[in-house]
Design a protein around this ligand. Structure first.
Ligand code: HEM
Length: 762
């Protein structure tokens, strides 16, 4: 039995006012004090006469004030989680002190209130609710209280804070508190769990009139709406079942795997703080499966008090950054924090290439780079200069007949998203693949969108032909069609882009079959972002009457030419050079609508910002929702929609006190087209296509949503190749040609050398 008596305290305690009253107490008791950099707990007591150590976090009433409660809860959860695999005879507790400062003046009532408030706070948490609280009235009683607690522990047995298994109630809590409206409080959850014995029963009730009425009777309309919306949006997948079999399969698989792996994982105190979810262990994995990539941005926003957090997804840890300066640090460490493993990952999981081809793609070429990298770099020049002009000409020639057909009758109802998707798919792929474009076949076009829309289960790669059937079938059909295209020599009469993507791997010895597989994933670049971006740009302009009129007028005055034969001609170069409001609005919509989260893989252990340790094998994410909308970059209007934001190059900076305050072209500013060194090479092509489509459509037609309300439709979390929130459902509008332009002939023109847009990039 040890008789040595000492306390290890965290350096971070020195910065808290409570330390000035607590340290004299320890010194007076003649206890050895050791300082530690570990900050997941504040104190570690090694008291005499017991072979026990006790780790504690120190909570005072100021930690329970409104502004600090969430931080305190997160800290307690992190403390409980990080220390969950404790060594024998090491215990955890919260030491609750009466006051940061005036200990001696505080009285009983206040103390009781604080204690109740702390209990209520940690009671909310699955992970922290098991932590014992050691109250201490006066500084001089801290040691005695801790000693008493340790005596009780030594007498044992005493239950450790444990992680209860996910129960229906905890899942239910997750469902309703993570749902869109976040209405229900704890007692609502209890009522729900009393009314419905299982989630299945609740899901059935939420979608039937009788069941809904029952919820309304007990909890009111708002909550019933909220639950119904949640089920419709997130749980009722196409099959109509609450949890489809794919999810059940994944969750079951993850559960088994998780139980094995979880016990072995550790979290270093220098890694970014580990934040937990209300569902223990699996919460973040479930959250990311349900919400897709935006989940990480939501977590960064929720824990915005930390510049970087860690989320444990069981098989991998995700480090999520919300600070522009840490993002810069990631960019400066591009070797240790690299994008390359994702290219390999996508070739393996998305394209389904065999290991031998992946090895070839990874092999070093004469350029000194990998074949992967040669293919990527080979694309950039084909999307600039003359090759870009040629692609634009072809793309815009194809787009116009679609717009002509748009309002062919006096009043028509169409699914706007489907219309944009079809038009952009054909115009983009035709300009890339030429006359023998395989996407001209509607079945092949649909195959790609099946592949795209169900991508997340496909890349999970668990019997993909079974668990991700639509995506797997779609990819196989598309790859077959592309192989056929190469066999017939379609690429010989195509764009520089398609030729380069064929020639470079072919010269390196890759088979036609595998080039076709690789090419099937090219449409993620070509289409996955352009289609939803075009939809949201149209939606966000047309739903704002005043802005719509201003843009129409700008385009009419500066980019519309009426030729001698009466043709109404829109020149893409004029849109670029003489329609600043349109260009600025376009970028503002991309800024606001993107869910991008540039990703890097930790290839070797590294410190970022001299502060956080990132461990090899994990993943870094930099969500635009937390980094790209900071007030120190965008000024006080960072959260607003400001159509003119990109017209003014200095205004935001004048509000901005930080250095480098030139204009929005700053790292951590505009992230929609990527952040250096991974910047989208297709951004000019996409911009020309979207702006041409929007300018002509807005000028020629009036659009009104069916039902009269511009309400953003639901988005598809499974389409994870896209950072522009593609839709999960149709969006129906009534289309009417505008009187002023009805019956006119329309066309586009492209001016050589003017296809490159002066866009902001990160
Ligand atoms: C509005 C439309 C588009 C948006 C918002 C967009 C966005 C992006 C972003 C954010 C990245 C970086 C990926 C990352 O950091 O994870 C990227 C990369 C890429 N994009 Fe785009 N993109 C668009 C259209 C296009 C088009 C039309 C093409 C092809 C013609 C294209 C081809 C690519 C390629 C090949 C890469 C990979 C670059 C590399 O790994 O170095 N994109 N895009």
């Amino acid at each position: 039995m040890s008789t040595q008596q000492y306390i290890v305290f965290s350096s971070s305690l020195r910065h808290r006012s409570v330390w000035s009253v607590l340290s004299p107490v320890f010194e007076a008791a003649d206890i050895t004090l050791e300082e530690s950099l570990v900050n997941t707990h504040d104190l570690e007591f090694h008291l005499p006469d017991q072979d026990i150590s006790l780790r504690a976090i120190l909570v005072t009433p100021s930690c329970l004030e409104d502004a600090s409660r969430q931080v305190t809860l997160t800290r307690a959860e992190q403390f409980a989680t990080v220390n969950s695999s404790r060594v024998k005879n090491s215990h955890l507790a919260i030491v609750f002190l009466l006051s940061d400062k005036a200990f001696q003046t505080a009285r009983g009532r206040y103390r009781a209130d604080g204690l109740v408030s702390l209990q209520a706070l940690i009671f909310q948490s699955q992970s922290a609710s098991g932590l014992p609280i050691i109250p201490a009235a006066e500084p001089s009683t801290v040691l005695a209280s801790v000693q008493e607690h340790c005596n009780a522990l030594a007498r044992g047995p005493i239950s450790h804070p444990s992680f209860p298994p996910p129960s229906p109630l905890s899942l239910l809590e997750y469902v309703v508190t993570s749902g869109p409206s976040q209405l229900p409080a704890k007692h609502n959850l209890n009522v729900l769990s009393d009314l419905f014995p299982s989630l299945r029963a609740l899901s059935r009730a939420a979608t039937t009139p009788d069941g809904r009425q029952l919820i309304v009777d007990y909890l009111g309309e708002d909550l019933a709406d909220s639950i119904q919306a949640f089920w419709e949006q997130e749980w009722n997948l196409e099959s109509g079942t609450m949890l489809n079999y794919i999810h059940i399969f994944f969750l079951g698989f993850a559960a088994v795997l998780g139980l094995v792996v979880y016990r072995r994982r550790s979290h270093d105190a220098q890694e970014p703080p580990l934040v937990t979810s209300s569902i223990p262990i699996f919460g973040h994995l479930i959250g990311s499966l349900w919400y897709g990539i935006p989940y990480f941005g939501k977590q960064a926003e929720k824990y915005s008090m930390y510049p970087m957090i860690s989320l444990d997804l069981i098989v991998v840890k995700i480090y999520v950054i919300s600070s522009p300066s840490l993002m810069r640090s990631v960019q400066q460490n591009s070797k240790a924090l690299s994008f390359d493993p994702f290219i390999e990952f996508s070739a393996r999981r998305m394209a389904g290439l065999p290991a031998s081809t992946i090895d070839l793609l990874k092999s070093k070429q004469a350029s000194g780079n990998s074949l992967f990298s040669d293919i990527l770099h080979g694309m950039s020049p084909t999307l600039l200069g003359e090759p870009l002009d040629r692609m634009n000409e072809r793309m815009i020639r194809l787009l116009r007949p679609f717009i002509d057909g748009f309002g062919s009758s006096t009043s028509e109802t169409i699914d706007l998203y489907e219309w944009i998707r079809h038009a952009v798919t054909l115009a983009s792929t035709d300009s890339s693949y030429g006359d023998m474009n395989p996407y001209k076949d509607r079945k092949i076009e649909d195959s790609f969108w099946d592949f795209e829309s169900y991508l997340s289960p496909l890349i999970a790669n668990v019997l993909p032909w079974l668990t991700a059937r639509p995506a797997w079938k779609g990819r196989e059909k598309l790859a077959n069609a592309l192989e056929d295209y190469y066999h017939k020599g379609g690429h010989e009469n195509s764009s520089e882009l398609t030729l380069a993507r064929f020639k470079i791997p072919r010269d390196a010895g890759i088979t036609l079959r595998d080039i076709a597989r690789l090419e099937a994933t090219m449409a993620f670049g070509l289409l996955s972002n352009t289609v939803p971006a075009a939809f949201w740009v149209l939606f966000d302009i047309i739903s704002r009457d005043k802005l719509l009129e201003e843009i129409r007028e700008e385009v009419r005055q500066n980019a519309l030419h009426i030729l001698e034969d009466g043709t109404h001609m829109i020149d893409l170069a004029d849109l670029r050079d003489d329609c600043p409001l349109l260009i600025s609005t376009f970028q503002e919509i991309l800024r606001k609508r993107t869910s991008t989260s540039p990703t890097r893989f930790v290839t070797k252990e590294v410190m970022v910002g001299d502060r956080y340790l990132l461990k090899e094998g994990n993943v870094v994410m930099m969500p635009a929702i937390s980094i790209g909308r900071k007030p120190d970059v965008w000024g006080s209007t960072h959260d607003d929609f400001d159509a003119r934001r990109f017209m003014k190059t200095t205004t935001t900076a004048s509000e901005n006190q930080t250095e480098g305050k030139k204009d929005p072209r700053r790292v951590g500013g505009f992230m929609t087209f990527g952040v250096s060194p991974v910047i989208c090479p297709g951004r000019h092509f996409a911009s020309g296509e979207i702006l041409g489509l929007i300018a002509m459509t807005a000028l020629r037609f009036n659009l009104l949503p069916v039902g009269g309300i511009w309400k953003g439709p639901k988005t598809n979390a499974m389409a994870i190749a896209s950072i522009m929130n593609p839709l999960k459902e149709p969006f129906h509008v009534n289309v009417r040609p505008r009187k002023a332009f009805e019956g006119k002939r329309w066309d586009f023109s492209v001016t050589e050398g003017k296809s490159k847009y002066p866009l902001v990039i990160g």
